[in-house]
Design a protein around this ligand. Structure first.
Ligand code: 9MR
Length: 456
């Protein structure tokens, strides 16, 4: 499924740029309020705050932020079967090792993800026709090899991922079809044998609230406990939609805790329809805060992991067309209101992330794209302030050139673009906005971050 991330670069450009968050202003908000980093706030509550990461990105601002803010890392893809054993018997541990080493260097835990799943399996495994005995042996060997490799270095493993359908029946997978429901107990037993110190989890999505699927998971965990099968925790992935945090989240966490297992929110993101605006970002802050607060309220909730900390490293725009902006940082690593919602739920002040009163701000979005170009739009909005004449500037990605503009006069020197008002729209009143647009050609082949627009 790596291919799903390898969308055409123009599609990717749109996916990224369409999520453009509001950018700057005449009076810049501080990048961070007085609160300490999230990992320090979480530690004070006895909780872990984690993020999924991509190994190749762990340098520069991405690496600095991952290290500073988070106390746990989950490899987003690096430990999946197709990543570690693409060809039978040929292993590639490079990215997984890199992430585990990075975590050790920064005093972070690692959640292993994931050992037994129906997706992201190598072709040789997924397409093979195996007897039950062969399949069982493959499962045993895979777990012994991978868990054994990181023995003593990982805090937890998502041993079994996504075993249920929405109605609470078992998902028909390679494993279920070949081995029956017992594949789950077998995988957990194998994992315990390979690393007795790692906490062993079953992880699934749409199990955050009390519903048929989470009740099936509950019944499974209960019966595994009764049978003495090693199970230490449940992972509630929490791929949520704006404004739809389940009202039974805390109650659901509590019922698993009462069974005698830990609970972790393992893949939190909260997607919204693009483009983002201040109202949606404020709702997202409230949603993030509610989710993290539900975990903070239950002693056995170990912590929360976000599924990518920046909108530039999120699976959402690739999979849910028109949706994105799902993480706590924007594409340029600026904390969004959601970041402050997390901080607040972890006992911080949560102050920050909202533009100061009396500011004019500009946001950039791509509204259309084609093979060789795209149409962009910039909206300048004022609240508690006004503009008489405006000028909006940003830096294009490599290979992008403005070819035509409307409602503004634009010029480009190198990658620097400056647009100034037309004769009829120089005034942006308090409480009002002005929008201008442009066409640009595009010949780059890489991903371009969303430009930050500066008003002056
Ligand atoms: O973030 C992962 C993305 O890069 C992959 O393309 C995708 C393929 O299914 O898997 C993503 O992570 C998934 C996770 O492993 C399990 N829960 C759902 C996540 C989002 O798809």
């Amino acid at each position: 499924m790596r291919t799903s991330r390898a969308l055409s670069s123009t599609a990717r450009l749109t996916a990224l740029a369409a999520g453009a968050a509001a950018a700057l202003t005449l009076a810049a908000p501080a990048a961070h309020a007085a609160d300490p980093p999230l990992r320090d706030l979480a530690a004070a509550q006895g909780k872990v705050i984690g993020t999924a990461v991509t190994g190749s990105k762990l340098t520069g601002t991405y690496g600095d932020t991952a290290a500073r803010e988070f106390s746990s890392l989950t490899p987003g893809n690096a430990m999946k079967w197709e990543s570690v054993e693409p060809t039978r018997g040929t292993y590639n541990w490079a990215e997984a090792d890199q992430i585990v080493d990075f975590a050790a260097a920064h005093g972070q835990q690692v959640r292993g993800h994931t050992l037994v799943w129906h997706s992201q399996n190598p072709g040789w495994l997924a397409d093979g026709s195996w007897t039950a005995a062969q399949l069982g042996q493959l499962l045993d060997d895979h777990i012994a090899t991978e868990v054994g490799r990181y023995k003593g270095r990982l805090a937890a493993w998502d041993v079994v991922n996504e075993p249920f359908n929405e109605d609470g029946t078992y998902r028909q997978t390679l494993w279920y079809n070949g081995l029956g429901t017992d594949y789950i107990a077998r995988a957990l037993t194998d994992a315990r044998a390979a690393d007795p110190a790692a906490k062993l989890y079953i992880n699934d999505y749409n199990v955050e609230g009390v519903n048929a699927k989470s009740t099936a998971l509950y019944n499974l965990v209960k019966s595994l406990k009764e049978r003495g099968v090693p199970i230490d925790g449940v992972g509630l992935q929490a791929h949520l939609i704006l404004g739809q945090v389940p009202s039974t989240l805390q109650q659901n966490i509590q019922r698993f805790a009462d069974l005698g297992v830990d609970v972790a929110l393992t893949e939190l993101d909260i997607r919204m329809q693009l483009p983002a605006d201040t109202t949606k970002l404020a709702q997202q802050k409230a949603d993030y805060q509610a989710v993290v607060a539900a975990c903070a309220a239950v002693t056995r909730c170990a912590g929360v992991t976000v599924w990518g900390f920046t909108d530039s490293d999120s699976w959402v725009p690739d999979v849910f067309q028109g949706y994105g902006a799902a993480t706590p940082y924007d594409e340029n690593y600026r904390p969004k209101p959601a970041y402050y919602g997390i901080a607040k739920a972890l006992g911080g002040s949560g102050d920050g992330g909202t533009p100061p009163a009396g500011a004019c701000t500009a946001s950039y979005s791509v509204v259309n794209q084609w093979n060789t170009g795209f149409t962009g739009q910039v909206r300048i909005s004022c609240s508690g302030a006004a503009l008489a004449n405006w000028k909006a500037s940003w830096t294009f990605g490599a290979g992008q050139r403005i070819s035509q503009a409307w409602n503004a006069t634009c010029a480009q020197t190198g990658a620097a673009v400056t647009c100034s008002n037309a004769s009829y729209n120089g005034t942006v009143p308090d409480g009002g906005s002005v929008t201008f647009g442009f066409n640009a050609t595009w010949s780059g082949s890489g991903e371009n971050p969303v430009p930050v627009v500066t008003l002056g």
